[in-house]
Design a protein around this ligand. Structure first.
Ligand code: SIN
Length: 282
């Protein structure tokens, strides 16, 4: 769509757009915000470069989209508990977010969006990849769409397939884990969800968090979950964002997944993350 005030540059044919020439640190006019919100819905992930944002400024921008939610497993910043840092140091081995997922799909009301602000980035690498799960849904056959209609997924925070959530933090020494006794937290959601703002259907399934399909055996569920998760990340449904220090990304968890690429051994990457409250998927 056309924008009156924004310079919007799409990242790929599938999704994602860089918005140029906006300073997010101060008051945005309602018109500028409405267009940013529209660009978020149109492109599913929006990116800004050259931003200087302290936690409070980032929170103020995020709150324009709705109330914030708290990530349950990492300590928030002392001055802004809604925010936490994703930090990988020179010696850390574990990469937070290094599997395709939609944030907190294990929650009863997963966040509508995630906002990540880059404070330190490696010289090269540490990109984030995204996929458009609405496009992936559209590309399925009518027969598959009919079969998925009404299927309910079981989502868990436990990350069993990757050695467990507690293990995931063991070598990520720079981040302080919390609530490790709650890693079995989970929820049930439709495998195909409808976007509350656009009405478009999107797949809602990832290999790590979707641990089964309701009323089906593991043997029946797993091949279907794996097929759908692999289908979502076909190259033609993706885009890739290269960070600079001062870049900010906001992605729509209702119709995308993302993957933090771990290709910068021995270097630091430090991001500040916020999530915006969403609705119960339907
Ligand atoms: C995440 O999954 O929220 C982290 C993404 C990233 O660090 O690129």
């Amino acid at each position: 769509m056309g924008y009156q005030t924004l310079d919007v540059e799409p990242c790929s044919g599938a999704m994602g757009a860089v918005i140029h020439g906006v300073d997010l640190s101060g008051d945005l006019s309602n018109q500028a915000f409405d267009e940013i919100h529209q660009a978020f819905l149109d492109h599913k992930a929006i990116f800004f470069h050259h931003q200087e944002l302290d936690p409070h400024q980032q929170i103020a921008f995020a709150r324009r989209f709705g109330p914030l939610s708290i990530y349950p497993f990492i300590e928030g910043l002392p001055e802004a508990p809604e925010a936490f840092e994703i930090l990988k140091t020179e010696s850390d081995e574990r990469n937070f977010g290094g599997a395709w997922h939609s944030d907190m799909s294990f929650a009863t009301t997963p966040p509508l969006g995630t906002m990540l602000y880059a404070q330190e980035v490696p010289e090269a690498g540490g990109d984030t990849m995204f996929c458009n799960t609405a496009l992936a849904y559209n590309a399925l056959s009518d027969g598959m769409k009919d079969m998925l209609d009404g299927l309910v997924g079981i989502y868990s925070a436990a990350l069993k397939g990757s050695g467990g959530r507690a293990a995931a933090f063991k070598s990520a020494t720079a981040m302080t884990a919390k609530n490790m006794d709650q890693v079995e937290m989970g929820a049930e959601h439709p495998i195909v969800r409808t976007h509350p703002a656009t009405g478009r259907k999107a797949l809602y399934v990832g290999k790590g968090h979707t641990v089964g399909l309701k009323d089906m055996t593991e043997a029946e569920s797993r091949p279907l979950i794996d097929f759908l998760a692999d289908h979502c990340v076909r190259p033609e449904f993706t885009c890739r964002f290269r960070w600079q220090a001062g870049s900010l990304a906001l992605w729509d968890n209702r119709c995308t997944m993302h993957f933090a690429v771990d290709d910068y051994p021995g270097q630091r990457r430090r991001m500040r993350r916020l999530t915006i409250e969403g609705d119960k998927p339907f």
